[in-house]
Ligand binder design. Structure first.
Ligand code: FES
Ligand code: FES
Length: 160
């Protein structure tokens, strides 16, 4: 059974006919071609499919697309602006926090949410925030360094 939903994805409003059983992850990747959102476990365990829905991180493999009707979604494709990488993307690059890159889109969106709501997270808060995003490559050290450095820069700019 199909239903038409309206979604604002990366600032653009889209009207899409979806199967009622389709997940948001499937719609993003297969219907909208936004393949930056990764499919890992497909069971809510790995965080590779993380997107921001109404500003909050969700595992898009666990969200039925019909439940996203009327919502605002940000995927990794919406993070860079005007052809320039977002500071989070730049810093992840510089700090070696990206190896195979599979976890990176979800990790960056989780980091964005963390720093938007808490510009000065403690180490414990950083670890807690990324605890749902599994990285099999970095051992998390470079990722935590990148987030710490971003927080310091943000504070130096007065939280902006
Ligand atoms: S693919 Fe969604 S949490 Fe792993
Ligand atoms: S960089 Fe490979 S899983 Fe994180």
């Amino acid at each position: 059974m199909e239903k038409t939903i309206n979604l604002t994805v990366n600032g653009e409003t889209r009207s899409i006919a979806v199967d009622v059983n389709q997940t948001l992850l499937e719609v993003l990747r297969e219907d909208l071609g936004l393949t930056g959102t990764k499919k890992g476990c497909n069971q809510g365990e790995c965080g590779a499919c993380t997107v921001l829905m109404d500003g909050k991180p969700v595992s898009s493999c666990l969200v039925l697309a019909v439940k996203a009707d009327g919502k605002t979604v940000m995927t990794i494709e919406g993070v860079a602006k005007d052809g320039s990488l977002h500071p989070i993307q730049e810093t992840f690059n510089q700090k070696g926090a990206i190896q195979c890159g599979f976890c990176t889109p979800g990790m960056i969106l989780t980091t964005k949410n963390l720093l938007d709501k808490n510009p000065n997270p403690s180490l414990g808060e950083i670890k807690e925030a990324i605890s749902g995003n599994i990285c099999r490559c970095t051992g998390y050290v470079q990722i935590i360094e990148a987030i710490t450095s971003l927080a310091k820069e943000k504070n130096a700019r007065g939280g902006v």
